[in-house]
Design a protein around this ligand. Structure first.
Ligand code: COA
Ligand code: AMP
Length: 639
C-alpha cells in the first residue's frame, strides 16, 4: 500500500530538482499535510542568515498533530502505540489513539499542575516504557521543551545536561531492565541533582513493579518528588497550547569533539513538516500501517521515528523494550514483526550483526510469520556491504541504508521508498534526500570530483526539521558547523560521491566515535581517564570492532615513578568511565604506552594511532614531533 501523501510514481530526480529549485513552493506544499492554528504563508525566513528559520508567523501544536487530529478524524480506535517488552512480557500493552490522547492529556495536566508552562524545559530520563513517549508528547502539548537523556548515561552526564538545559522538572522511572541486571535510576537522579547547579524543583517518578525505589524514598532533598500515578489520578486533562512554528520542541544532547555535549535544538513547525513528509516519501508508511523503530527514545532515531514521525501520519508505532539477541534469543526481532504485523523495521546495522552472529543462517525466521514485513531500514552507522548482503539474502526484501545525524533529525541521504525506487549500491545510503544539497570538499572548501574522498558538507539553508541551533550557544553552533566552509554546514563525516551521484559515508573526520550505533565523544572518555592519579596523559581512539562497528580504546602514559599493575589500572579506569559516563561507553581496552605521538604543536595524532591499532596503512604526518615515539608505538601495538 502506498501512503496518500507519497509522491509515488514520481522520479527522484524530479522531486529533488523541485526541492532545490522551487524550495519555497516545495515546503509550503509539504506543510499542507500538517494542521496549523495559523497557516504558514512563507516557508523560509532568511533574514538572520545563516540562522535560518522555517515557517515564520505560523502556529501549531505538535501533539495535536500527533494525536488529537487522528481521533477527531476517526482513528480513535486504531492502535497508536504498541509497547512490547521482552524484559517483562506481561507488562506489554497497546494504546489506541483515544487512549494515548487521554494519557498524554492527563500527564500534560500533571506538568501544568506543577507550574510547567510553554518554553520551560523538562528533562526526561526514562527507560523504554510507554511513559517515556507520553511524557514527551505531554511536553509538546503544553509547549514545554523536553530534553530526553538516554538511560545508559550515569549521574554526571545527567547533571551536565541538567545544568545546560536549566529544567523546571525532571520526569523519570524507578529504573530500566537490562539483560541480567536492573538499572536503578533514582539513586542516579538524586546524585545528579546534588551535582547540578540548576536542579529542577520537581521530580516525577513512574514506579515499575520490577525495579525498587519510589518518590517516597527521596522526600528530604531540595526538589519535591512525586509519584506519577498519584499525580495523574487527580490531574485534569490539558488542552494543546498553540506555539510558534519556530519555537523549540526539544533539546537533544549529543556528543561533540569536546567533553561537553551539544544541545541540538529542534523547532515545532519545520520538524512536523519534515517528519510528515519523510514518513511517506522516505519510508512509504501511511495511516494505519505498523511501523517499528528498534532504537531507544534517548536517541534522535527514537525521537523522530518511535514517537513523532509515525504518530504524525496516523501509523501504529511499536516501542520495544529488549535487545535483538538474548531477550530471549536471536528470533526476538522476527517475533515482534510477527506478533504486531510490522510493515517496516528500522534498526542499526550493529543490531543486524548481533542477530547474524547468534544465528548465522537466520534459522529463527522460520519460526515466525514475517510476511507483513516489506522493508528493513538501517541507520546510525554505515551499513557495511557484508551485513547488507546477509540481511538481503535472509529476508529477501529491500534493505535500505540511510544516513543522518542527531543534528539533522531526519535522513540526509536515502533511497526514497515513496518515490520510484532507485537501484541499491551496497555501502552507500544512496542519494541526497530532497532539500539537502550535499557536496564533498577538500580542506580548503574546493568541491572535489566524483570518487574523491573529502569532507561531506551540506549547502545552506538546511531543510526544515534540522537543527535551528545549539541551546543557548550560538557561538558554538557557528564554530562547530558553519564557520569552516562559508555557506555550508559541516557534517563531520567524510566520504565521496560517485559518478552516479551516490554518496558514500566512510566515517567521522573528528573525534566522535560510533559504538553499537551510540555516538560517543572520545574527549569525554579521555577527561575521565586523565582523572586517574597514576595517569600523566592519555588518548582514546575508536578502533574497529566486528560487532559494534567501533569501540573506544585507551592509551595511557603513567606519571614518572608511578608503579601500578596494568590489570589493576584497567579495572579502575573501566570502573571510573562506567561511573562517570555510563555503561553505554563500553570502555574496556587500556594499553600503557611509553609516550603518545604528537605534532610539534603538541596535538596528539589520534588518527595515526587508530590506523596503527587497526593495522591500516598510514602516512607519517609531516608535522610529527618525534618519529621514534610513533615507531615504538607501532612496534608495541603490532607485535
Ligand atoms: N540503560 C542502562 N544501561 C544500558 C542501556 C540503557 N538504556 N543501554 C545499554 N546499556 C548498557 C548495557 O546493559 C551494557 O552494559 P554491560 O556493560 O553491563 O553489559 C552496556 O550499556 C553496553 O550496551 P550496548 O552497547 O547496547 O551493548 P549490548 O551488548 O548490551 O548490546 C547490541 C549490543 C548490538 C545488541 C545493542 O548495542 C544494540 O541493539 N544496538 C543498537 C543501538 C541502536 O539502536 N542505536 C540507535 C541508532 S539507530
Ligand atoms: P547520531 O547523531 O548519533 O545519529 O550519529 C550520527 C553519525 O552516525 C553520523 O555523523 C555518521 O558518522 C554515523 N551514521 C549514521 N548513519 C549512518 C549511515 N547510514 N552511514 C554511515 N554513517 C552513519
Amino acid at each position: 500500500m502506498s501512503s496518500p501523501t507519497a509522491s509515488a510514481g514520481r522520479s527522484y530526480a524530479d522531486v529533488y530538482r523541485e526541492s532545490v529549485e522551487h524550495s519555497e513552493e516545495f515546503w509550503l506544499k509539504a506543510a499542507a499535510a500538517v494542521e496549523w492554528v495559523e497557516e504558514p504563508t512563507q516557508a523560509l525566513d532568511a533574514t538572520s542568515a545563516p540562522m535560518y528559520r522555517w515557517f515564520p508567523g505560523a502556529r501549531l501544536n505538535t501533539c495535536f498533530n500527533a494525536l488529537d487530529r487522528h481521533v477527531r478524524d476517526g482513528r480513535g480506535d486504531q492502535d497508536a502505540l504498541v509497547y512490547d517488552s521482552a524484559m517483562v512480557p506481561e507488562a506489554s500493552r497497546t494504546y489506541t489513539y483515544t487512549q494515548l490522547l487521554d494519557e498524554v492529556s492527563r500527564f500534560a495536566g500533571v506538568l501544568a499542575g506543577q507550574g510547567v508552562v510553554a518554553g520551560d524545559r523538562v528533562i526526561i530520563y526514562m527507560p523504554m516504557i510507554p511513559e517515556a513517549a507520553i511524557a514527551m508528547l505531554a511536553c509538546a502539548r503544553i509547549g514545554a521543551v523536553h530534553s530526553v537523556v538516554f538511560g545508559g548515561f550515569a549521574a554526571k552526564e545527567l547533571a551536565t545536561r541538567i545544568d545546560d538545559a536549566g529544567p523546571v522538572a525532571l520526569v523519570t522511572a524507578s529504573g530500566g531492565l537490562e539483560p541480567g541486571r536492573t538499572v536503578e535510576y533514582l539513586p542516579m537522579v538524586a546524585k545528579a541533582l546534588e551535582l547540578s547547579s540548576t536542579p529542577p524543583h520537581t521530580v516525577i517518578v513512574k514506579n515499575r513493579d520490577h525495579v525498587p525505589g519510589s518518590a517516597a524514598d527521596y522526600r528530604n532533598g531540595a526538589a519535591a518528588w512525586f509519584d506519577w500515578d498519584a499525580l495523574a489520578a487527580d490531574a485534569s486533562p490539558a488542552q494543546p497550547v498553540p506555539v510558534a512554528a519556530t519555537d523549540p520542541l526539544y533539546i537533544l544532547y549529543t556528543s561533540g569533539t569536546t567533553g561537553k555535549p551539544k544541545g541540538v535544538v529542534r523547532d515545532n513547525g519545520g520538524h512536523a513538516v519534515a517528519l510528515t513528509w519523510s514518513m511517506s516519501n522516505v519510508y512509504d508508511i501511511g495511516p494505519g500501517e505498523v511501523w517499528w523503530t528498534a532504537s531507544d527514545v534517548g536517541w534522535v532515531v527514537g525521537h523522530s521515528y518511535i514517537v513523532y514521525g509515525p504518530l504524525l501520519v496516523g501509523a501504529t508505532s511499536v516501542l520495544y523494550e529488549g535487545k535483538p539477541v538474548g531477550t530471549p534469543d536471536a528470533g526476538a526481532f522476527w517475533r515482534v514483526v510477527s506478533d504486531h504485523r510490522v510493515s517496516a523495521l528500522f534498526t542499526a546495522p550493529t543490531a543486524i550483526r548481533a542477530v547474524r552472529k547468534a544465528d548465522p543462517d537466520a534459522k529463527e525466521i522460520a519460526n515466525y510469520d514475517i510476511s507483513s514485513l516489506k522493508t528493513l531500514f538501517a541507520a546510525g552507522e554505515r551499513l557495511d556491504p557484508d551485513t547488507y548482503a546477509w540481511a538481503t539474502r535472509v529476508l529477501d526484501l529491500p534493505v535500505i541504508d540511510h544516513w543522518w545525524q542527531t543534528e539533522t533529525g531526519w535522513a540526509i541521504c536515502a533511497n526514497l521508498r515513496g518515490l520510484d525506487p532507485m537501484p541499491v549500491k551496497a555501502g552507500s545510503p544512496t542519494v541526497p534526500v530532497p532539500g539537502y544539497r550535499v557536496e564533498v570538499v577538500d580542506g580548503e572548501g574546493n568541491t572535489l570530483p566524483a570518487g574523491a574522498e573529502g569532507n561531506i558538507v551540506i549547502g545552506l539553508p538546511l531543510p526544515p526539521g534540522t537543527l535551528t541551533g545549539l541551546w543557548r550557544d550560538t557561538d558554538r553552533f557557528v564554530k562547530s558547523y558553519l564557520a569552516t566552509f562559508d555557506g555550508y554546514y559541516l557534517t563531520g563525516d567524510s566520504g565521496y560521491i560517485d559518478e552516479d551521484g551516490y554518496v558514500f559515508v566512510l566515517g567521522r573526520s573528528d573525534d566522535v566515535i560510533n559504538v553499537a550505533g551510540h555516538r560517543l565523544s572520545t574527549g569525554s572518555i579521555e577527561a575521565v581517564v586523565a582523572g586517574h592519579p597514576a595517569v600523566a596523559e592519555c588518548a582514546v581512539v575508536g578502533i574497529r570492532d566486528e560487532l559494534k562497528g567501533q569501540r573506544p580504546s585507551g592509551y595511557v602514559v603513567l606519571k614518572a615513578g608511578v608503579e601500578i599493575d596494568p590489570e589493576t589500572l584497567r579495572t579502575e579506569l573501566v570502573a571510573m568511565v562506567r561511573e562517570q559516563i555510563g555503561a553505554v561507553a563500553t570502555f574496556r581496552d587500556v594499553t600503557v604506552v611509553g609516550a603518545l605521538p604528537k605534532t610539534r604543536s603538541g596535538k596528539i595524532l589520534r588518527k595515526t594511532m587508530r590506523q596503527i591499532a587497526d593495522h591500516e596503512q598510514y602516512t607519517v604526518p609531516s608535522t610529527i614531533e618525534d618519529i621514534a615515539v610513533l615507531e615504538a608505538l607501532e612496534k608495541q601495538l603490532r607485535q
